[in-house]
Design a binder for this molecule. Structure first.
Ligand SMILES: C[S@@+](CC[C@H](N)C(=O)[O-])C[C@H]1O[C@@H](n2cnc3c(N)ncnc32)[C@H](O)[C@@H]1O
Length: 239
């Protein structure tokens, strides 16, 4: 049986997240630029690139992005907006030469989808292995503390979403996952299920993968990472 992330990330996903657009991507790319101080011609791997909005912003900033994603539909959308190389692959088995990248990015919660912690740790280690010594790793994940404070344990009522959809978010009984149930207007249903790693757990996995974290932010404006902030954005360097 296919896993949820193999089925959900297509045009319906894009329709439900319209605010995750080029402007939002440009803001995050600017923040990363400020702290990595990248130079033109850096090779930057965007793992889980989706429709290519960050690849467009990276390209504009003079870098050489490479987008990687599992979704054929989203890669087709990316091809409409960028000439960057695009690779269809599962992030758990990256077909990228070790020590070949100047930066590796995982943006807008493109992580936390798998069954086990070991699989997540291996995936981050695989991404880190693509970096040249001194290369930068950027992990932009949801802020688990903020999600736990806002989302209840039990399944509540469906709330209205984009395009006639109805949504409900709840925590798994063991509080380790946040689940979003998506009921589309045409009756189809999907579920997003993301492991709620808190920032310290993410950082520990990065450190185990040889990344030393140097900057921690709670939003795309560069605000400090704190419990009430929306993001856990970690920027670090490979040894
Ligand atoms: C939340 S979306 C974010 C997309 C993009 N980073 C953005 O900000 O627009 C997560 C992305 O991860 C991709 N993805 C999910 N599982 C994957 C896997 N196992 N390997 C590679 N990509 C995957 C999805 O297809 C989707 O494009």
């Amino acid at each position: 049986m296919p896993e949820w992330f193999e089925e959900w990330f297509g045009d319906d996903y894009l329709a439900l997240y319209p605010h995750r657009d080029a402007a939002d991507a440009g803001q995050l790319v600017q923040l990363i630029e400020r702290y990595t101080r990248w130079t033109g011609a850096w090779r930057v791997l965007d793992v889980g690139c989706g429709p290519g909005r960050h690849a467009v912003a990276l390209d504009r900033a003079g870098l050489r992005p490479i987008g990687l994603d599992l979704s054929r539909v989203l890669l087709r959308r990316a091809r409409e907006v960028t000439t960057a190389p695009l690779v269809r692959a599962d992030m758990r088995h990256l077909p990228i030469r070790a020590r070949s990248m100047d930066a590796c990015l995982s943006l807008f919660t493109s992580f936390g989808y798998f069954e086990s912690d070991a699989e997540h740790a291996r995936t981050l280690a695989g991404m880190a292995a693509t970096l040249k010594p001194g290369g930068w790793f950027v992990l932009d994940f949801l802020n688990a503390a903020q999600v736990r404070a806002r989302v209840r344990g039990e399944t509540g009522a469906l709330e209205p979403g984009e395009r006639g959809s109805r949504l409900r978010r709840y925590l798994s009984p063991d509080q380790r996952h946040v689940i979003k149930e998506i009921h589309l207007a045409d009756g189809r249903q999907f579920k997003e299920r993301v492991r709620l790693y808190d920032a310290a757990e993410l950082e520990a996995m990065l450190v185990a993968a040889g990344i030393s974290v140097q900057h921690r932010f709670g939003d795309y404006q560069g605000g400090a990472l704190a419990d009430g902030e929306p993001r856990a954005l970690l920027i670090g360097q490979a040894a």
